[in-house]
Design a protein around this ligand. Structure first.
Ligand SMILES: Cc1ncc(C[n+]2csc(CCOP(=O)(O)OP(=O)(O)O)c2C)c(N)n1
Length: 557
């Protein structure tokens, strides 16, 4: 078999059904084999679109996303997507073409050192030098991408390796001496954690993306049920626990709820599960949790005690560890604490000043929630749109909120929505977008049209790079330097030019009708251009590097 055939056969062995990518000289042999392979191939219109789509597919399905792109510019166009997946621990296997082995290092046509470039932004990468190694490398790549703390793995395949022949045998097992993720938590540490939990009087669970990637949502729910401990999630962790439940404090951090941030600050025990104490969560780290002891459950030992000193580290898979804790933990006596948080929650709801004259972006998100009965999968772009989508929709299931958390990649949401819609044809998928972000990968609209994906792109069009404008307003004397983007395309015409449906909404009274109409269209995407209040801000806001005492709320202004 040729290397190219081995790639296709190996993908079949891994049970891959969907592949995203873009061709070019160095991968023509691979594409030659894809021509009649029993895989669904989605031809993006930009490699960045392909990698974000594979990422959205992986996040929505829990499976490994697969990408194929050519050498040089094809490979470098993937870089943002690889970094995005790496920061959010998303399993991807990415094949890049490379110039022939004898040309490597010669500045050959379309040569880029993609293994060098992606070393710091991938979980692992390979340059295949011998076709005899290819099947083993693919087997290892799927294993590395999807086990431990998941992440993207890059396989750089020189064109002569794709053409070279060898006997194909797909390995049954992986033997990696230096990579052995630990799944089971240490029993002694689990015992200590249970004791701390039972003694706590003001405990809070701080749950992150690791709970979703380890499919530990059920175990987490049982843990909350057994202990009665209130829970807040990170942006990446939303949906692991139903936000409609009274014990949910919704999201914490820079734009989290006041009650989640206050609860964490006042806690005497913080139970961090699959979360990494990101700066958007902690703010000024020295004042983050002045009185709390910390239990940290994480599969990645390098995350533990990295940003915050931890009292009880438990290295292991969240699902395993929580299940173990559930076996023996007893509920702490926290009636007073729960009552205090109940009041705090009632007194500080997430809110905004609604208007009849203008469309408030938060109102649009609320109406999407209402009209989809909370059952949509929400992808977001980055900026204010992302935060409003997080705040004003209540997530009750894992893998239903898909957003670039760690890297904050504008242009992620729409291609990710393509991948999510492919993974979940049974659900309506929305991309809640800003007018800036959507223009970063708008070319992928043709892919959604071609594959008849009924994605709804809800553009919260404020004519600004809104989140940057908000910072300029609050911290840079309202000098709106290069953030006005009202010089814009006609999004309705643009949608129609691609063969999608386009709707413009300029009045509050038209919001419901537009969403309902989009939901009635099931054979193509719909773009809704919501002309929202131009200078609405996201609140509450803990300014970067500050503490909850510095929280800016709507009422303060
Ligand atoms: C690729 C990329 N470039 C720049 C930024 C910095 N940035 C963060 S939010 C933002 C504004 C986003 O504007 P828009 O998409 O219109 O959304 P809004 O904030 O108005 O909802 C920018 C420029 C980024 N996150 N990603």
């Amino acid at each position: 078999m040729t290397g190219a055939e081995i790639i296709v056969e190996s993908l079949k062995k891994e049970g891959v059904e969907h592949v995203f990518g873009y061709p070019g000289g160095a991968v023509i042999p691979i594409f030659h084999q894809l021509f009649n392979a029993p895989l669904r191939f989605y031809l993006a219109r930009h490699e960045q679109g392909a990698v974000h789509a594979a990422d959205g597919y992986a996040r929505a399905s829990g499976r490994v996303g697969v990408v194929i792109a050519t050498s040089g510019p094809g490979a470098t166009n993937l870089v943002t997507g690889i970094a995005t997946a790496y920061m959010d621990s998303v399993p991807l296997v990415i094949f890049t073409g490379q110039v022939s082995t004898e040309m490597i290092g010669n500045d050959a046509f379309q040569e880029a050192d993609i293994t060098g470039i992606t070393r710091p932004i991938s979980k692992h990468n390979y340059l295949v030098q011998n076709v005899g190694d290819l099947a083993r490398i693919i087997k290892e790549s799927f294993y590395i991408a999807s086990t431990g703390r998941p992440g993207p793995v890059v396989i750089d395949v020189p064109v002569d390796v794709s053409k070279a022949e060898t006997k194909f045998a797909y390995p049954e097992h992986v033997h990696l001496r230096s990579y052995k993720p630990v799944y089971k938590g240490h029993a002694l540490q689990i015992g200590k954690a249970c004791r701390l939990i039972e003694e706590a009087r003001r405990p809070v669970i701080y749950s992150g993306g690791g709970v979703i990637s380890s499919n530990a949502s059920q175990e987490l729910r049982e843990f909350v049920e057994k202990t009665g401990i209130p829970i807040t999630t990170t942006l990446m962790g939303m949906g692991a626990y139903p936000e409609t439940d009274p014990l949910s404090l919704k999201m914490l951090g820079m734009h989290g709820t006041c009650y989640a941030n206050q609860a964490v600050h006042d806690s005497d025990l913080l139970i961090a599960i699959g979360a990494r104490f990101d700066d958007r969560v902690t703010g000024k780290i020295s004042e983050f949790i002045p009185e709390a002891r910390v239990i940290h459950i994480d599969i990645d030992p390098s995350s533990v005690s990295k940003n915050v000193q931890v009292d009880i580290p438990i290295v292991g898979d969240c699902r395993h560890v929580i299940a173990e804790i559930n076996k023996s933990v007893k509920a702490p006596d926290i009636g007073e604490w729960i009552e205090r948080l109940r009041k705090l929650k009632a007194e500080n709801p997430l809110t905004y000043k609604d208007s009849e004259a203008k469309i408030k972006p938060q109102y649009v998100v609320e109406r999407i929630y209402a009209l989809t009965k909370g059952e949509a999968i929400i992808c977001t772009e980055v900026g204010q749109n992302q935060m409003w989508a997080a705040q004003f929709f209540e997530y009750t299931e894992p893998r239903t909120f898909i957003s670039s958390g760690g890297l904050g990649t504008m242009g992620f949401g729409f291609p990710a929505a393509i991948g999510a819609q492919i993974a979940r044809p049974d659900r309506r998928v929305f991309d809640i977008a800003g007018d800036g972000s959507i223009q970063m990968n708008i070319q992928e609209l043709i892919v959604a049209v071609q594959h008849r994906l009924p994605i709804v792109i809800a553009i919260l069009n404020n004519g600004f790079l809104g989140m940057v404008r908000q910072w300029q307003q609050l911290f840079y004397d309202k000098r709106y330097s290069h953030t006005c983007i009202s010089f814009a395309p006609d999004f309705v015409k643009l949608a129609e030019a691609y063969g999608a449906a386009g709707i413009r909404v300029e009045k509050k009274g038209e919001v419901d009708e537009a969403i309902a109409r989009a939901l009635s269209i099931t054979d193509r995407p719909t773009v809704i251009d919501f002309r929202v209040d131009r200078e609405e801000n996201v609140y509450p806001m803990v300014p970067a590097g500050k503490t909850i005492k510095d929280t800016i709320t709507m009422e303060l202004l």
